[in-house]
Structure formats: structure tokens, C-alpha cells
Design a protein around this ligand. Structure first.
Ligand code: SF4
Ligand code: SF4
Length: 152
């Protein structure tokens, strides 16, 4: 039995009515570098499940495997922008606190330091050994740019 999440469906359709034009031609799947190596990841199937707001889509979390390469967006003959749909799914999960912990941690790290990995003394020693400048957190500058300074 298919379980429908109406909030998800509304979110997906928000500014993205073109998803209704998907005629399941599979051009996105044929273009996808992930599907080439992982048959469990199929943009065409994710699109139809997202269109109907299937809970299954959220539980499978397959879409986290998307590489954001944009090939499906460029090639879709219907202007569905499959990658944008997957991005909305990710944003929806973040907004519902349903994103995987490692994704939430990575986002926090980027927001607080500007880097997607921890800046450690070991990293900086390695950089120094090949005459590269030490890395420093740019979290404060980021706060000013995205306007979160003083928000806490
Ligand atoms: S999203 Fe576009 S490319 Fe993919 S199946 Fe639908 S119409 Fe075809
Ligand atoms: S953006 Fe994602 S879904 Fe689209 S082709 Fe690239 S990896 Fe596949």
C-alpha cells in the first residue's frame, strides 16, 4: 500500500509545477552517473514517487546519493528539473528533522567554519609541509554574509 505525505507533495509542487509534465521517458535515468553504478538509485522512479508525495521516498533516502551533477536537468525534455526536485526532498527532510545525522553534522560544520571537514592541527601540519597556508575558520564572516549574526 502506498502511503502519501501531503506536506511533502505540497512542498515538491511549490514553484515546481513542471514536475507534473514528467512522462516517465527515463532520459534522466539514462543520463545519471549514479544509476550507472547503483541500480537502486533511479531518478525517474524518485520523480514519480515525489510527485505523489510517497512516504516511501522519504524512507528510502536513496536521493542522498545524488551527486548534484545537473545532467538530468540539462537533458529532461519536459523541463521537470529532476535535480531540483531531489534538492527539495532534501530540504524537506532537513525542515522535518529527518535528514541523516551525518548530513546534519556536515551542515553545522559548514555553517560554523566554512569547511565541510574539521580543521585540525594535523591538517595544517600537512599543509605546512607542502608550503600551503594554514586553514582558519571563516565562520564569523559567514554569519555576517548569511545574516545569522546575533540570531542566537
Ligand atoms: S523527469 Fe524528465 S527525463 Fe526524467 S522521466 Fe520525467 S520527463 Fe523523462
Ligand atoms: S543531478 Fe543527481 S539525479 Fe541528476 S543526473 Fe546528476 S546524480 Fe543523477
Amino acid at each position: 500500500m502506498i502511503s502519501i505525505n501531503t506536506d511533502l507533495r505540497r512542498k515538491i509542487l511549490e514553484n515546481n509545477e513542471d514536475i507534473k509534465k514528467c512522462y516517465q521517458c527515463s532520459t534522466c535515468s539514462a543520463s545519471c552517473p549514479v544509476l550507472k553504478y547503483d541500480p537502486d538509485f533511479n531518478p525517474r522512479i524518485l520523480i514519480i514517487k515525489a510527485l505523489y508525495g510517497s512516504e516511501d521516498t522519504l524512507k528510502s533516502k536513496e536521493f542522498w546519493k545524488c551527486l548534484s551533477c545537473d545532467r538530468c536537468n540539462e537533458r529532461c525534455p519536459q523541463g521537470v528539473n529532476p535535480y531540483n526536485v531531489l534538492l527539495k526532498l532534501k530540504n524537506f527532510l532537513f525542515s522535518q528533522n529527518l535528514a541523516p545525522k551525518e548530513r546534519i553534522d556536515a551542515r553545522e560544520l559548514i555553517i560554523t567554519s566554512g569547511f565541510s571537514y574539521p580543521i585540525s592541527s594535523a591538517v595544517n601540519r600537512k599543509r605546512e609541509s607542502i608550503e600551503l597556508e594554514a586553514l582558519e575558520s571563516i565562520g564569523e564572516e559567514l554569519k555576517k554574509i548569511v545574516g545569522t549574526e546575533g540570531a542566537e
